[in-house]
Every structure is written in structure tokens, then in C-alpha cells.
Design a protein around this ligand. Structure first.
Ligand SMILES: C[S@@+](CC[C@H](N)C(=O)[O-])C[C@H]1O[C@@H](n2cnc3c(N)ncnc32)[C@H](O)[C@@H]1O
Length: 274
């Protein structure tokens, strides 16, 4: 029988490492692959991965494009950047990493021709300001590519419901917040700033999580609401894990839980700048 291991209850902050260990393979790496396969990267593109987290998209771009491209990752969270650096210290493979706020990027105007932002926009309270700053660092004709999860995450709906039942409605709905922003609302903002050729594509990626209790516990403890679970103690964590595993019975495939998860992929291009 699985025993929930100590890291599942990791009560002190190793959130960035846990994010890389758990969330990246289960959802952000497959999404980065799907995004990179979909986007046409041009020969001279200079690329920024904005709100890069532990840098999965930038690292995959480097692997695909080779060493000739300039690829930069920037994130507000210094622990995320430290993990990105630690995974990417081989010179041939390296990207440039910056701890930086999306509202105040440390780059000259018109530095980049392609800015990716994978599952970052829903975390920026002032979307207009964030996108204005991206516009500033983009060259004439430069492109922005954003992804934002759709509302139909099967796994997260179970997590949210179980959290609502055992902790509070507020915690349950907070867990769903990254999956509830309707990215299509971005069109008027982007258009007013000076972007054109707005398009939205729906991509589906599988969220793949090992079906052990340890793994479900790690998923929960790498969520932004982990603190609320931690406050309630291990008994609540165990019952959340059991409840989620029960909800996911129909999605078990071999040793994994596999749930399809949709994302919007939004693209726009900078209109001519004067
Ligand atoms: C869900 S994670 C996505 C990370 C990464 N793009 C990936 O695919 O793994 C959201 C990221 O947004 C970052 N973030 C939130 N607010 C930010 C801000 N104001 N400026 C820059 N990054 C921010 C967080 O630190 C976090 O790494």
C-alpha cells in the first residue's frame, strides 16, 4: 500500500523544486511541447519566455532551436529562476535568466521578436499594464504567444470540490482560479495597446499524474493554496488524497491518472510602431 511520504507533507517552502518535480512533467512540459509544435519560429527570432517559472518552455526551445538563438527567461520569483539556472548551467544549452516583474522588464525597448507567456497572464492582476510592457520590449511586427487554461480541468475540479468540502469554499475556488480566466477577454486590451492579427486556438494536452498517494499529495502541496492544507495538518491531506483518487478512478491508465486539459493559445502581432 502507498504511504504518503514526507515530501508530500513538505511543510517548509521548497515550492519551486516541487513545482519542477511535479507540475512541470505533469502539465507544463506537455503544454510547452504542444505550443512549440504549433508556433512557427522564424530564423532570426529573439525570444523571451515571460513569467517563465522554472524555465521549461525556454529550455525546450533551446533544445529544439540549438545554440544560435537568443532565448531569455524572466520570472518574478527568484526561487523559480534559481531552479531554472540550476537545470540549465551547461553552456551549450543555456538561456539567459532574469528575476523580473512583468510590469517592469529589465530590457531595452524593441529587444525581442517573439514573447511567450505560458500560463502567466492569469496571475497578473493588471493585464493591461503587463501587456503594455510586453509591447514595449517587442520589435515592430513582433509576436506574443500566450496560453491560459480553460475552465474544464477534470483533475482540478475534483481538487476544488474536495477542498471546498474539507477546508472552505474560498480555498476550493482559489485552487480553480488559474483555470477560470477567459483569455478571449484579452482581445480588446491587446488591440488598444497596438497589437493586431489576434487569434485564439484551443489545444488539448493530457495532464499525467502518477496515481500513487504520494504523487497526489505532492500535487496538492505544490498548489498556491498549499498553506491552507498545511494549516489543517496531515489528516486532512490524507482524506483529500483519498477523495481525489476516488474521483479519478475512471481516468486511471496503467500507473497514471490521465485527464485531458484544454488551454487557449492566443497570438497577436505588434502593429507598426512609429
Ligand atoms: C503557473 S506558473 C507558469 C510558469 C511557467 N511559464 C511554466 O510554464 O512552467 C506562473 C508563473 O508566473 C509568475 N509570475 C506571477 N506574477 C508575475 C509577475 N508580476 N511578473 C513575472 N512573473 C510573474 C510566477 O512566479 C510563476 O512562475
Amino acid at each position: 500500500m502507498d504511504v504518503i511520504h514526507e515530501s508530500g507533507f513538505q511543510l517548509e517552502g521548497k515550492a519551486a523544486e516541487l513545482y519542477e518535480m511535479q507540475k512541470v512533467p505533469s502539465m507544463f512540459a506537455p503544454l510547452a511541447d504542444a505550443t512549440i509544435n504549433y508556433i512557427n519560429i522564424l530564423e532570426n527570432d529573439i525570444i523571451l519566455d515571460a513569467a517563465c517559472g522554472t524555465g521549461i518552455l525556454a529550455r525546450k526551445l533551446r533544445r529544439k532551436l540549438g545554440s544560435d538563438y537568443k532565448i531569455v527567461g524572466a520570472d518574478l520569483n527568484k526561487n523559480m529562476i534559481q531552479v531554472a539556472q540550476s537545470l540549465n548551467n551547461n553552456v551549450a544549452d543555456s538561456c539567459e535568466w532574469h528575476v523580473a516583474d512583468i510590469y517592469d522588464l529589465p530590457f531595452n525597448s524593441e529587444t525581442f521578436s517573439l514573447v511567450f507567456c505560458q500560463q502567466g497572464i492569469q496571475y497578473f492582476p493588471d493585464k493591461n499594464r503587463a501587456l503594455l510592457e510586453v509591447y514595449r520590449v517587442l520589435k515592430k511586427g513582433g509576436r506574443i504567444v500566450l496560453t491560459v487554461w480553460c475552465k474544464n480541468s477534470i483533475f482540478m475540479r475534483s481538487v476544488s470540490r474536495r477542498l471546498s468540502d474539507s477546508i472552505s469554499e474560498e480555498v476550493g475556488s482559489k485552487a480553480l482560479a488559474p483555470f477560470s480566466y477567459n483569455g478571449e477577454l484579452l482581445e480588446p486590451i491587446l488591440s488598444k495597446i497596438g497589437f493586431c492579427d489576434f487569434s485564439v486556438k484551443r489545444l488539448t494536452v493530457n495532464r499525467i499524474i502518477s496515481s500513487t498517494k504520494d504523487s497526489i499529495a505532492d500535487e496538492l502541496m505544490s498548489l498556491p493554496i498549499a498553506e491552507s492544507i498545511r494549516d489543517k495538518g496531515k489528516k486532512i491531506l490524507r482524506s483529500l488524497v483519498d477523495g481525489i483518487l476516488e474521483d479519478m478512478e475512471g481516468y486511471v491508465s496503467g500507473k497514471n491518472i490521465v485527464t485531458p486539459q484544454d488551454t487557449l493559445l492566443i497570438q497577436a502581432r505588434v502593429r507598426n510602431k512609429v
